[in-house]
Write a protein that binds this ligand. Structure first.
Ligand code: GLN
Length: 247
C-alpha cells in the first residue's frame, strides 16, 4: 500500500515551516510500514491531484497568497474532483483562507479563493498573534490541540461549513465567535501553524486514517511511542498556564 501526499506550493506557502505537517504524516505512515510518496505541486505544474490521498497547503504572507491564488484558480476543478473522489485536504492559515471564497487584505485587495469551504476572510485592524489552545472532535472525546497563530484575516463561516475546532485560548477564526478553522467533508482549514501535526500527533494519525480510507483501509494502525511529543505538549500546558498568570 502506498500513500500519496500532494504538497501544494511548498516554496510560496511555508510560513513557520508548515512543511513539517507533510514530514510528520510521511514519518508516521512509514513507521507503520506504509510506503509514502510526496508529490510537490508548484505554480504552473500540470499535476493531476486526483492521484493524491491527501493534499497539504501551508500559510503565507498576503503577497505570496496573491501569487498562489492565480495558479490555484486553474486547479479548482481538479481539486474539487479529487475531494469528490476521497482526497483529504489540510490547509493552514493563508492556505485555509484561499480555500474559502476570498481574502480581503488590509490594503483592500480582494484575493479570490476557490470556494471549497463556504467561508470568507476580511483583514482586521489588529493581527491575531500567539499560542492557541483549542478543542477538536476526533471521532470520540475532544482532543486538545496546540498551535500558533499570526494572521490579520478574520474568517467567517457560512452555512454548510462547520468550525473544525473550538478555541480555548487565542483568537481562532475571528477572535469573536470562539470558532477555529473549518471543516466540510474531507476538507479542513485551520489557522494553526506549529507545525500543527508535530504538536498534535493524535490529530496527525486521525488525518492519516482518513486519507487511507481511499485505499479501503482506515485507521486502527499500531500506536507509536510519542514520548517527545507528549513531553512537548506537557511543556506547552505549563507555559500557557504561566502566561495566563502573567496576563
Ligand atoms: N496573510 C494572511 C493573514 O495575515 C495569512 C497569514 C498566515 O498564513 N499566517 O491573514
Amino acid at each position: 500500500m502506498k500513500l500519496t501526499i500532494g504538497h501544494l506550493y511548498p516554496d510560496l506557502l511555508d510560513l513557520y515551516s508548515d512543511r513539517g505537517n507533510v514530514m510528520i504524516l510521511e514519518k508516521r505512515a512509514r513507521w507503520r510500514g506504509i510506503e509514502v510518496e510526496v508529490v510537490r505541486v508548484d505554480a504552473g505544474d500540470a499535476t493531476d491531484v486526483r492521484g493524491c490521498d491527501l493534499l497539504m497547503m501551508g500559510g503565507g504572507m498576503d503577497r505570496e497568497q496573491s501569487l498562489v491564488a492565480r495558479d490555484l484558480q486553474h486547479r479548482r476543478l481538479n481539486v474539487e474532483q479529487a475531494v469528490a473522489e476521497g482526497t483529504v485536504v489540510l490547509a493552514i492559515c493563508g492556505g485555509y483562507q484561499l480555500l474559502g471564497e476570498y481574502f480581503e487584505t488590509g490594503s483592500g485587495e480582494r484575493i479570490p479563493g476557490i470556494g471549497l469551504l463556504d467561508a470568507y476572510t476580511v483583514a482586521g485592524e489588529r493581527r491575531m498573534v500567539g499560542n492557541v489552545m483549542a478543542e477538536c472532535p476526533l471521532d470520540g472525546p475532544m482532543e486538545t490541540i496546540f498551535g500558533y497563530e499570526n494572521h490579520s484575516g478574520r474568517t467567517y463561516l457560512r452555512e454548510g461549513t462547520d468550525p473544525w475546532m473550538r478555541v480555548v485560548r487565542g483568537g481562532g477564526n475571528n477572535g469573536s465567535d470562539g470558532t477555529e478553522g473549518a471543516r466540510k467533508g474531507r476538507v479542513f482549514g485551520t489557522y494553526l501553524h506549529g507545525p500543527l501535526l508535530a504538536k498534535n500527533p493524535r490529530l496527525a494519525d486521525w488525518l492519516l486514517g482518513l486519507a487511507l480510507e481511499r485505499k479501503g483501509t482506515g485507521g486502527g494502525f499500531k500506536s507509536l511511542v510519542d514520548r517527545w511529543e507528549e513531553a512537548a505538549r506537557e511543556h506547552l500546558v505549563r507555559r500557557l498556564a504561566e502566561l495566563d498568570g502573567m496576563e
